[in-house]
Design a protein around this ligand. Structure first.
Ligand SMILES: Nc1nc2c(ncn2[C@@H]2O[C@H](COP(=O)(O)OP(=O)(O)OP(=O)(O)O)[C@@H](O)[C@H]2O)c(=O)[nH]1
Ligand SMILES: [Mg+2]
Length: 305
């Protein structure tokens, strides 16, 4: 494969406002669930790298946190991670909602994009939620704002037009050998995926401000025969939140665990025995030390960890 002189390879960052479907799209493009998704904004907190290897090229995708007005140090970190990727990729894939209203969030992103010389592809997502003939007016609205290499309407949820998007991306990647061997899917360690799966279920099952104040750490993963014993802790910001996460008679914690376990079992190909704990760490989202402990180290933004 690497001997093919026309083989393309390179990095593509997927950026956009929170909740536009970046992680859903990346999972769809690689055909596997690696990044967690939810209907709550600010689901993704770190850069997540995945690899799609095709006969004609290899695309390395970077899923990033939604670009938003940060309200705490965790938010600063997340936006830093997303915006930093703009400088280190071959193609920028900007994902937007299907609308012709360009709000302050999109304006901020347009200003960032005006500063870079990297090819930019605009993907208008969630086309399954609109009428076909509306798309043209959305394309027109965005075309006036910036010089896009391509504008591609897609539905990440249904997989509509995502093959066209892949072909567009390949067009703008440089010729070169594969960067990773063809079995490589992600840079995310198993422990991290396990922690994220628990956070996803907490995000989906809990309401209002609680999910945003949650972090998950995996204390241990021990294999014995066909069983994996996993101990993990859900960290929250307030004593009252802890009560809600545990729920009456431990019901909510049980629900979170039961929702996360089947996906872990599928991924690890063994039975999972999951033990969940809940801890309170006041205002951890504004503590540099705790942020670092939970895997959100501002120093790592540069190296992309
Ligand atoms: N109808 C529809 N919903 C979609 C589509 N793509 C994503 N969604 C939904 O949009 C919500 C957000 O999806 P995510 O993939 O978590 O969005 P994100 O951009 O990664 O969000 P952050 O990580 O918070 O920045 C979820 O409820 C998805 O199911 C789509 O093509 N159509
Ligand atoms: Mg996401």
């Amino acid at each position: 494969m690497n001997e093919n002189p026309a083989f393309k390879s390179g990095f593509v960052t997927i950026i956009g406002r929170p909740n536009v479907g970046k992680s859903t799209l990346m999972n769809r493009l690689i055909g596997q669930k690696i990044a967690i998704t939810s209907d709550k904004p600010q689901t993704t907190r770190n850069r997540i790298q995945t690899v799609l290897t095709l006969p004609e090229g290899q695309i390395v995708f970077l899923d990033t946190p939604g670009i938003h007005k940060a309200k705490n140090k965790l938010g600063d970190y997340m936006v830093g991670v997303a915006e930093h990727t703009l400088e280190e990729v071959d193609v920028i894939l900007w994902l937007v909602e299907p609308t012709d209203y360009i709000g302050a969030g999109e304006r901020h992103i347009i200003e960032q994009l005006k500063k870079v010389k990297t090819p930019i592809i605009l993907a208008i997502n969630k086309t399954d939620t609109i009428k076909r003939d509306e798309i043209l007016s959305f394309i027109d609205t965005y075309r006036k704002e910036l010089d896009f290499q391509e504008i591609v309407p897609v539905s990440a949820l249904r997989g509509d037009n995502t093959d066209v998007l892949v072909r567009c991306i390949l067009k703008y990647l440089p010729c070169g050998p594969a960067l990773y061997d063809e079995d490589t899917v992600t840079d995310q360690p198993m422990r991290q995926i396990v922690a994220e799966l628990i956070r996803e279920k907490a995000l989906r099952l809990l309401e209002e401000e609680i999910p945003h104040g949650i972090a998950v750490t995996v204390e241990s993963m021990k294999y014995r025969k066909k069983i994996c014993d996993i101990e993990a802790t859900i960290i929250c910001e307030k004593e009252s939140h802890k009560g809600i996460i545990i729920g009456k008679g431990g019901q909510m914690l049980k629900k979170i665990g039961s929702a996360a376990r089947p996906e872990m079992e599928e991924m690890l190909e063994c039975q999972v025995n999951l033990q969940l704990w809940v801890k309170v760490r006041r205002d951890w989202r504004d503590s540099e030390l705790l942020l670092k402990n939970y895997g959100y180290n501002p120093k790592d933004i540069r190296s992309g960890e």
